[in-house]
Design a protein around this ligand. Sequence first.
Ligand code: NDP
Length: 240
Amino acid sequence: MGRVAVVTGGSRGIGKAICAALKADGFTVVANYAGNDMAAKACAEELGIDTCKWDVGDHEATLAGCRKVEEMVGPIDAVVNNAGITRDGTLQRMSYADWEDVMRVNLGGCFNMAKACFPGMKERGWGRIVNIGSINGQAGQYGQVNYAAAKSGIHGFTKALAQEGARYNITVNAIAPGYIDTDMVAAVPEQVLEKIIAKIPVGRLGQAEEIARGVSFLCSDDAGFVTGSTMSINGGQHMY
Ligand code: NDP
């Protein structure tokens, strides 16, 4: 059996494309998801992979979920922290719950997954962790203090954990996608989206597969010297 990869939020959008890419690379892939059983079932059937439901923002549930994955398919060698949510609004309109939900899932999820999987990677002397940040964590975005803070936090988390993992052959990197054509972006009002696309030098939204190719490289043996880095895949919208 090949290496095992867990992709959080792997049942839809960017995560699903990442699952397909890692499976093609030879990983045994498990897609985690939060609640949409129908999408998870469709993903499992289409890609021929297992899925596992838990909330990555819940520490105990994440530890238990990863233990279950290990019982199903073996030790986890690669983690892609892709699960993410938005609860947009200006500061004035944003509730504390909106702030807390986004921090808990988007940033807390990375910590919870690392706590579950990093010790085993260390013991076995090999690991790959890829955290999905965002252009809006690099540049900020109106109406997203929660999301921008959580995603920006992911970039700091990545650099700090990379330093802990380096001597054990565990690389920790981030990808900062620009605007990608998924359900998350479909929720953006049409006139706002037109203005966003007008600011993307390549003149279009990105495709989930274009993010997946970056993850595929960062999870490969070829990327052993790449750690603590952020790969921006954004059509030239923000040059960091
Ligand atoms: P989608 O909304 O299309 O899919 C989100 C996935 O995350 C689903 O599988 C969902 O599961 C899962 N998920 C949500 N909350 C949790 C949770 N608490 N625990 C476990 N799984 C959860 O998102 P995208 O594919 O668009 O985005 C993927 C990542 O990329 C996110 O981190 C996002 O912030 C980031 N990103 C996206 C960009 C874009 O333009 N789309 C741009 C920059 C970054 P379920 O179906 O069960 O709800």
